[in-house]
Design a protein around this ligand. Structure first.
Ligand code: KDG
Length: 344
């Protein structure tokens, strides 16, 4: 309808055009159709960059490789879609790294709160050999991990009250906020430590859970909150930036193994290029999406350094609990990359 078309239009900022598609046309190795399931909506950087991925493959294969994208968790949530990749019932997916820790435990390093203070630092980490090692570690799981991009900095939203401090999350007299988390134990630990009542839940069920009051709130980047229309059921937002979550572009190993090496190389190439474009779009969305949410009536609390520090201090027990399990060496390696990027 008219209203829908208007709001969809309003929900895309003035974004960079995708880079021109370069590289040679590949040889004819037959027709391939790739079904790709994603969690987010058609206006998200995730979808727009997946479309670019599809365009690269289509153009460089002269139409022999087709990618069909299924948005809005319509084929399942991140956990289910990764299982479908393993069995070969789905060709590609694009989950957050957090639910993928069941396959590659080291990915949990990204779930540690306040570890990656700037986007440059996060990108430096994702471009590092350490991160490439995490992608390679999927070998043998039935999943071929192709590239990191970003979901981005997660922010808290809820329907109950403005949150400026850990005490507001815990709610002292009134009780802790009920917060949906991703299916990931470090995230559970973060929200338990802050005094909330965390409930892991599939992303696709989240909107109605908030609408029906099953949970008070959730946490996701502003772009996701906007493009999934969470502001319709969430009055309050807080710019906590508590976790930077990567996305991982993934393919079923069965699909990968069926493709000619030249096609494989093209897919790998297109994944890297579209992942870089996704990070660019996601960056452009960040402040813009927050402003859009404010315009749509969400009351957003910016936190100053001191207020952020209070959250950081409050979640210290999460490090104490998880650092030994994730690996002190790995954490130090990541912190080294962060420091280097901050000194550049
Ligand atoms: O496709 C990715 C989304 O399904 C998911 O990762 C979004 O961050 C997300 C969440 O909160 O589940």
């Amino acid at each position: 309808t008219f209203g829908v078309a208007l709001s969809a239009q309003a929900q895309t900022p003035d974004l960079s055009e995708p880079p021109a598609i370069d590289g040679d046309v590949v040889g004819d190795h037959g027709s391939v159709t790739i079904r790709m399931g994603i969690g987010l909506a058609e206006t998200s950087p995730q979808y727009l960059s997946s479309q670019y991925f599809a365009d690269i493959l289509e153009e460089r294969s002269e139409g022999r490789i087709t990618v069909n994208i299924f948005p809005n968790s319509q084929l399942g949530d991140d956990v289910q879609m990764m299982e479908m990749l393993q069995t070969g019932t789905l060709d590609m997916s694009y989950p957050s790294s957090s639910p993928a820790t069941t396959y590659v435990e080291e990915l949990a390093v990204f779930d540690l709160p306040f570890l990656l203070p700037t986007r440059d630092a996060a990108v430096a980490v994702m471009n590092s050999d350490v991160a490439q090692g995490m992608l390679d570690a999927f070998d043998g799981t039935g999943i071929k991990a192709l590239a990191f991009s970003e979901n981005g900095y997660r922010q808290l939203s809820n329907s109950a009250r403005a949150v400026e401090s850990p005490e507001d999350v815990a709610g002292m007299d009134v009780g802790g906020l009920t917060i949906r988390t991703m299916e990931n134990p470090v995230h559970l630990s973060i929200w338990q430590t802050l005094g909330a009542n965390p409930t892991p839940m599939a992303f696709g069920e989240l909107f109605s859970a908030m609408e029906q009051g099953v949970v008070d709130g959730q946490e996701n980047p502003w772009s996701t909150i906007l493009t999934s229309n969470f502001h319709e059921v969430q009055d309050y937002g807080s710019e906590t930036r508590h976790v930077y979550t990567p996305f991982i572009m993934m393919m079923s190993e069965r699909t990968w193994d069926r493709m000619d090496p030249e096609y494989q190389e093209l897919v790998q190439d297109a994944a890297r290029q579209s992942a870089a474009y996704e990070i660019q779009l996601s960056t452009e969305y960040d402040d813009w999406a927050r402003e859009q949410l404010e315009e749509r009536g969400m009351q957003i609390t910016r936190l100053d350094d001191e207020q952020i520090a209070a959250f950081q201090e409050a979640v210290q027990p999460v490090y104490d609990e998880w650092a030994p399990r994730i690996g002190e060496d790995l954490i130090e390696q990541i912190q080294g990359i962060v420091e280097e990027s901050m000194n550049d």
